[in-house]
Design a protein around this ligand. Structure first.
Ligand code: A4P
Ligand code: MG
Length: 189
């Protein structure tokens, strides 16, 4: 939201991370390091979920997580940051919904709604995907997907909810970069 002086106020940014190529957990952790900072103040990260692939070619299972941040940056700048993080992980695009070292999608920027194909908000498929909703619910039990309702009720209705499994902390967890972790809720819990 932009105020009368043209200054955008901070709002909660919800980012979904996924990886199913290489060292999946390390890729997600590196993605967090690439994303957080410089105007994107990361506040919490979910547990890691192992998830069956949805759509695309035959491919290995994913690890998925949700990262919460607070930011006044325009959505387009946050999208660029996501794309830079994917590039840092040498993501290669071949087939749609194909395997990837890192996918970093914007699920929501506060309550912003946009139908721009370059940045659709909320993410147009988030409401029907357990691999997004389950980690989001894990890190924000009262979360609401703008225009769709509570994440808990959406998750209860999605078909792929049996395809997601929360990893125990000993099996793998993510943490915020040290700077952010000092003042925020780290979820290696
Ligand atoms: N774009 C528009 N809105 C957004 C947004 N809110 N966030 C545009 C990010 N990007 C957005 O994205 C394609 C285009 O979407 C970009 O040019 C951007 O401007 P991409 O990252 O190149 O490709 P993608 O992520 O494969 O595309 P898409 O269609 O958004 O994929 P989905 O729907 O996110 O699905 N199964 C499991 N278990 N776990 C997964 O993580 N991921 C996918 C990808 C499919 N199946 C999966 C998983
Ligand atoms: Mg993407």
């Amino acid at each position: 939201m932009t105020g009368s002086a043209g200054v955008r106020s901070e709002r909660t940014i919800v980012l979904a991370l996924g990886s199913n190529l290489g060292d999946r957990l390390a890729n997600l952790q590196r993605g967090i390091t690439e994303l957080c900072g410089a105007g994107l103040r990361c506040t919490a990260v979910s547990a890691v979920f192992e998830t069956a692939p949805v759509g695309g070619p035959d491919q290995d299972d994913y690890l998925n997580a949700v990262l919460l941040a607070s930011s006044a940056l325009p959505g387009r700048e946050i999208l660029s940051r996501c794309q830079q993080a994917e590039a840092a992980l040498h993501r290669v695009r071949t087939v749609r919904w194909g395997p990837r070292t890192l996918d970093a999608d914007i699920i929501a920027c506060g309550t912003e709604v946009s139908t721009d194909p370059l940045l659709t908000l909320p993410h147009p498929r988030a409401h029907e995907r357990a691999f997004v909703l389950a980690p989001w619910l894990d890190v924000a039990p009262d979360a609401v997907l703008p225009g769709y309702g509570s994440v808990a009720s959406l998750l209860a209705a999605v078909p792929d909810r049996d395809g997601v499994r929360r990893l125990s902390q000993s099996a793998g967890c993510l943490s915020l970069p040290a700077e952010a972790a000092k003042e925020a809720d780290s979820t290696c819990r």
